[in-house]
Design a binder for this molecule. Structure first.
Ligand code: NAI
Ligand code: MG
Length: 333
């Protein structure tokens, strides 16, 4: 049994979490959950956005599954997601985006995995405001070590999963120093992976190419801001934020998460799509070596998507969150 820290989150978080727990229990997945929340819910309860008991649980278990979190606006608090990533040096944000039969999109054969540097760049938290002159600086700090680590992670993933190409996405034509540091890190590492082709694209061109012909790309690696934007763009190619998985991975800790928000507009109605969290949970199972359980749940999910009416409303179906979960369970082989 592996113990996992489970962060239900806010809004629809508890509903989609319940669906995942139900499916895992029905599939006899050998994990136990240690529930520790964060965000608006805990803030209202005891004034803590990231409770110390959650930090302790993460430090102990080193693996977590996280629902969406609302960072209360106007409280002056930094994003909880960014805080957790930096606190535990979860330097890789891994976002797969793959076409699914049954989920309608303009593309049929998209199969992308984006590696986004997750702790530095424009999100380093280095912002300064010179009130007298009305000047705000946001520093995009990039380190050689940070570039090396994320580029290596992308190549290692490509090797392990038999992928053929890694595309580095950058803006080195304008960002002469920071951009070059990133692309040079990839170029230095690439010869160690002779079976993988290294390609590079400038971010703006990359956006155009992705929405035009996404099938030409495979694994991609980029800095924090570009990765934030590109990862949502890639989600849009395969059905949106409600159906894609995400992971924040560090040296010895990983937090798997639904990448969408807490969806306050539909919270409490029992109609949210649990797919994003379930796919993140499947990714988590692969991460801890439970490949058979992961494949079994994924196969049942993929079959369910082929029956539109059995999916949730956002995918054109009629099922509630828990009905979708039951539909997946009924297809477990
Ligand atoms: P959102 O993703 O919560 O909602 C955008 C739209 O997508 C809404 O119409 C919502 O109903 C729909 N949607 C989202 N997830 C869905 C699901 N699983 N099933 C069906 N429909 C779904 O984005 P929004 O409204 O910008 O943010 C709401 C809150 O979530 C904010 O407080 C924001 O800070 C937080 N947030 C948290 C994230 C995280 O914890 N990873 C990521 C993004 C936003
Ligand atoms: Mg984002």
């Amino acid at each position: 049994m592996t113990q996992i820290t489970l962060i239900p989150g806010d809004g629809i978080g508890p509903e989609i979490t319940e669906a995942v727990k139900t499916i895992f229990a029905a599939a006899n997945v050998p994990v136990t959950w240690e529930e520790e929340n964060a965000g608006q819910t805990t803030y209202t309860l005891n004034g803590q956005l990231i409770p110390v008991s959650l930090i302790a649980s993460l430090n102990k278990n080193r693996i977590a599954l996280k629902g969406p979190i609302t960072t209360p606006v106007g409280t002056g608090f930094k994003s909880i997601n960014v805080t957790l990533r930096q606190m535990f040096d979860l330097y890789q944000n891994v976002r797969p985006a793959k076409s699914t039969v049954g989920i309608e999109t303009p593309f049929k054969h998209v199969d992308l995995v984006l590696f986004r540097e997750n702790t530095e760049g424009l999100y380093s938290g280095l912002e300064f405001y010179d009130e007298r002159h009305g000047i705000a600086d946001a520093i995009a700090r990039v380190t050689k070590e940070g570039c090396d680590k994320i580029c290596r992670a992308a190549f290692e993933y490509a090797r392990k999963h038999n992928r053929k190409k890694v595309t580095v996405v950058h803006k080195a034509n304008i960002l002469k120093l920071a951009g070059s540091l990133f692309i040079n890190a990839a170029k230095t590492i690439a010869p160690e992976y002779p079976e993988i082709t290294l390609d590079d694209k400038i971010i703006d061109n990359m956006c155009m190419q992705l929405v035009n012909k996404p099938e030409q790309f495979d694994v991609m690696v980029t800095t924090n801001l570009f990765g934030d934007i590109l990862s949502d763009l890639c989600a849009g190619l395969v059905g949106g934020l409600g159906v894609v998985a995400g992971a924040n991975i560090g040296k010895d800790m990983a937090i798997f998460e639904a990448v969408h928000g807490s969806a306050p507009d539909i919270a409490g109605k029992g109609i949210a799509n649990p797919t994003a969290l379930l796919r993140s949970a499947v990714m988590m199972l692969h991460h801890i070596g439970e490949h058979e359980h992961a494949d079994r749940i994924e196969a049942a999910m993929d079959e369910t998507f082929q029956n539109r009416e059995e999916c949730t409303g956002d995918l054109g179906g009629k099922a509630s969150t828990m009905e979708f979960a039951q539909n997946v369970i009924s297809r477990l082989k």
